[in-house]
Write a protein that binds this ligand. Structure first.
Ligand code: NAD
Length: 542
């Protein structure tokens, strides 16, 4: 029996390791990269803790060397999705009744396993499967993944201890039940930490999931699933379903027990799922909770009081780290004419030193984009800019998919602030710059606010307090994560809870109390000590 009233202490963020040449973490990572590069693993479906093999196979390749297969996986069919839903519903009966601290302890153990024994393994799989350099893998698949576990446990304690008032004649309690049914977690290719967290946040609150991992992140996601099981996650609490998104989505949307969707990915996919829920709304036992973080058209906006070198650094890091494939990546910038000469010069200097290539060469800052569709999409924007009379490619612009899906960090300069690459999410290493007349600062802020349907992240660079105040007001709804004199990427769990609104999502702030609340179904319980025995009230007296 566990009757402890428990509270986790507020955790510190997992320290980011540096991977300097010769350091122990570098040696361990290089050894693991070597190992994983020389094997082709077989990834099964995992339902109710059991491995299932359908024989309907797909391949996982390295984006930076697409002839190199790192894994073969079994795809689910309708039958397996239905089995997974049943397994999740069965497992929930026990999982939701386990004291929350025992659930949290399993999650804390997973975090610790990733911090220690399996750090190199998850980082190497993320590097090889998703083409991240060592630093990008470390901040994602190690640090952020670990932080999500530790911070969510801490916030869950806060949430559970939030209780209503009682009086001498009555006891009032809030019981934070999980949702009634199963949760579908649909996860993106670009963050291993998100793949983990979209399952684990509902799971911590007593829910069970069916997990649709992204096919292009299967290598790291499968390693995660194995670690979850090693840490003691009971069978059926998370059911791992590699396969086609639309097939899995359709089966889940048509099931009356769908209690929620925890999604991160593109706006189009989320809107499709939302429509599916709408079309089936009268068939569900409850109203499914829809939590989704989606696309962005994230901006850097410089005022004439900004420091050009700082703006240039934010552009280079914000737009090109992980090939611009962060939902928060800077993909448009507004620069005042008075700063443009200097900003351009600094960006050009920095780009001339950047190397692109395989993740196992640690001197490469930029690696490959995730797949051929992404490569073709990026190339399309670059080719159209080259041919346009309102845009020109001023840096980069070369693309080569002969070995890997390599798109050079590219800067487009446009005279049209609504040019396609100023408004649409590209999700690649391309940033478009619009140079504005210094005197049009306020109007250009309005343009920035109204140019794209998204509102995820944005950064303002200025040292003039008045200018900052105007930007703060004009861009109030333009970003859920707003940065002052910093790049718009790199949100840290517990420090900058993440999410955006408008077309960018439901803004339920992953890694915080707000997100945990979405996976609970509170019950208010009132117990009266001495119940009334007369129905009347004093005002009835003559
Ligand atoms: P995507 O929409 O192509 O895929 C996301 C997931 O949805 C994948 O697992 C995919 O297989 C699945 N899927 C596709 N169709 C489905 C369907 N009909 N039913 C069920 N599942 C389906 O997105 P992606 O390319 O993996 O990720 C990139 C996108 O994610 C970008 O738009 C990016 O901005 C966004 N993103 C947003 C955030 C955020 O926090 N806002 C974070 C990371 C990524």
């Amino acid at each position: 029996m566990n009757n402890a009233l428990f509270q986790f202490a507020k955790p510190a963020n997992e320290p980011v390791k540096e991977y300097r040449p010769g350091s122990p973490e570098r040696l361990a990572l290089e050894k693991e990269l070597e190992k994983q590069s020389n094997e082709v693993i077989e990834i099964p479906i995992i339902i109710g803790g059991k491995e299932i093999r359908t024989g309907d196979m797909g391949e996982v390749v390295m984006p930076h060397n697409h002839k190199h297969v790192v894994a073969k996986y079994h795809k689910v069919g309708e039958k397996e999705v239905n089995m997974a839903i049943q397994a999740a519903l069965d497992a929930k009966k026990e999982w939701e009744n386990i004291p929350w601290v025992e659930r949290a302890s399993i999650l804390a153990r997973i975090g610790q396993l990733i911090a220690t024994k399996y750090r190199a393994r998850v980082n190497a799989s993320c590097m090889l499967g998703q083409s991240k350099n060592a630093f990008q893998a470390e901040i994602d698949s190690a640090c952020e993944t670990i932080d999500f576990f530790r911070f969510n446990n801490y916030y869950a304690g806060n949430l559970y201890s939030e209780q209503p008032s009682s009086t001498p004649d009555q006891l009032n309690r809030a019981e934070y039940r999980p949702l009634e049914g199963f949760i579908m977690a649909v996860t993106p290719f670009n963050f291993t930490s998100i793949a983990s967290n979209l399952n684990m946040t509902p799971v911590l609150m007593g829910n069970t999931t069916i997990w649709k991992p992204s096919t292009t992140a299967l290598l790291s996601n499968y390693h995660l699933m194995q670690i979850f099981m090693e840490a003691g996650l009971p069978e059926g609490v998370i059911n791992f379903l590699p396969g086609k998104g639309s097939l899995i989505g359709n089966v889940a949307l048509n099931n009356p027990n769908l209690a929620g969707i925890h999604f991160t990915g593109s706006t189009a996919t989320f809107q499709g799922l939302w429509k599916g829920v709408g079309a089936n709304i009268s068939n569900y036992k409850s109203y499914p909770r829809l939590v989704g973080e989606t696309g962005g058209k994230d901006f850097i906006f410089a005022h004439s009081s900004a420091n050009p070198r700082e703006v240039a650094t934010a552009i280079v890091r914000g737009a090109f780290e992980f090939q611009g494939q962060k939902c928060s990546a800077a993909s448009r910038a507004y620069i005042p004419a008075s700063l443009w000469h200097d900003v351009k010069q600094h960006v050009g200097e920095m780009l001339s030193t950047i190397k692109m290539g395989d993740v196992t060469d640690f001197t490469n800052f930029v690696n490959a984009v995730i797949d051929e569709a992404s490569f073709d999409n990026c190339k399309g924007y670059i080719d159209r800019a080259k041919a346009s009379n309102e845009a020109e490619v001023i840096f980069g612009g070369n693309c080569d998919k002969s070995v890997g899906y390599f798109v050079e960090p590219t800067v487009i300069l446009t005279t049209n602030p609504k040019y396609e690459s100023m408004a649409q999410e590209i999700f690649g290493p391309i940033i478009t710059i619009y140079v504005y007349d210094d005197k049009d600062y306020a109007e250009t802020l309005e343009l920035c606010d109204s140019t794209s349907p998204y509102a995820l992240t944005g950064a303002v660079f200025a040292y003039d307090l008045k200018a900052l105040k105007i930007a703060d007001e004009k861009l109030k709804y333009a970003a859920g994560n707003f940065y002052i004199n910093d790049k718009p990427t790199g949100a840290v769990v517990g420090c900058q809870p993440f999410g955006g609104s408008r077309a960018s999502g439901t803004n339920d702030k992953a890694g915080g109390l707000w997100n945990l609340i979405r996976w609970t179904n509170p019950r208010s319980i009132k117990e009266t000590f001495v119940p009334a025995t007369e129905y009347g009230y004093p005002f009835l007296a003559k």
